[in-house]
Design a protein around this ligand. Structure first.
Ligand SMILES: C[S@@+](CC[C@H](N)C(=O)[O-])C[C@H]1O[C@@H](n2cnc3c(N)ncnc32)[C@H](O)[C@@H]1O
Length: 191
């Protein structure tokens, strides 16, 4: 889907994603002390807004103008920006980057993950949550296209040449109405 298609999707309903944060963003990141964060491919900004409410100074970027406008309407303390995750200038020296459900081709994903990591200060956290590849056969929901699904191992592979500490890299279950959805969760710290 390109930016125009995402605009159309976001314009069609009041909220495409939940009002509150993703459950893994909340459980993994609630204990981090507030600092400077980036929510890349933020959509309507459910995670960006939650971080801002917890005292983080947040920049949120998505290429959908409609999504960004919806986020801004709810919380204008976030620095909302319309931009492409591959080319938009990113803030530097961040304490946290969140990349949630960025389901794109592998080369695009790798570029976004590498530039997200590069935007961190030493000690900063990169948190990735995504529909896991195995969700196609063992789970429910999410894109039904193997080309845009990935695993925690794929994300670590994207970061193979950088100096980091792996805090968590695994498949996690998310209970939804239709059953179990499988997500890939990666939490790493830049050394
Ligand atoms: C599944 S949604 C997830 C939104 C948000 N991260 C969340 O978890 O609520 C994926 C988002 O990625 C955005 N996106 C996809 N490709 C992008 C790109 N190249 N640059 C910026 N945003 C992109 C879409 O516009 C969409 O908002």
């Amino acid at each position: 889907m390109d930016a125009a298609a995402w605009d159309e999707r976001y314009a069609a309903t009041a909220l495409v994603w939940s009002a509150g944060p993703n459950q893994f963003v909340e459980s993994e990141l609630a204990s981090l002390p507030p600092g400077r964060a980036l929510d890349l491919a933020c959509g309507e900004g459910r995670n960006a807004r939650w971080l801002a409410e917890r005292g983080w100074q947040v920049t949120a970027i998505d290429w959908s103008q409609v999504a960004v406008d919806k986020g801004r309407q709810v919380n204008n303390a976030v620095d909302w920006r319309v931009g492409d995750a591959l080319t938009a200038p990113l803030p530097a020296e961040l304490d946290l980057v969140v990349l949630a459900y960025f389901q794109v081709a592998a080369d695009t994903r790798r570029t976004a993950i590498r530039r997200s990591f590069d935007a961190l200060s030493p000690g900063g956290t990169l948190f990735v949550i995504a529909h896991d590849s195995t969700n196609l056969t063992e789970g429910t929901g999410g894109p039904q296209d193997a080309a845009v699904l990935y695993t925690a191992a794929d994300v670590l592979d994207d970061l193979a040449e950088v100096d980091l500490e792996v805090v968590r890299a695994e498949r996690v279950a998310r209970v939804v109405d239709a059953g179990t959805a499988w997500d890939a969760l990666v939490r790493v710290v830049r050394r």
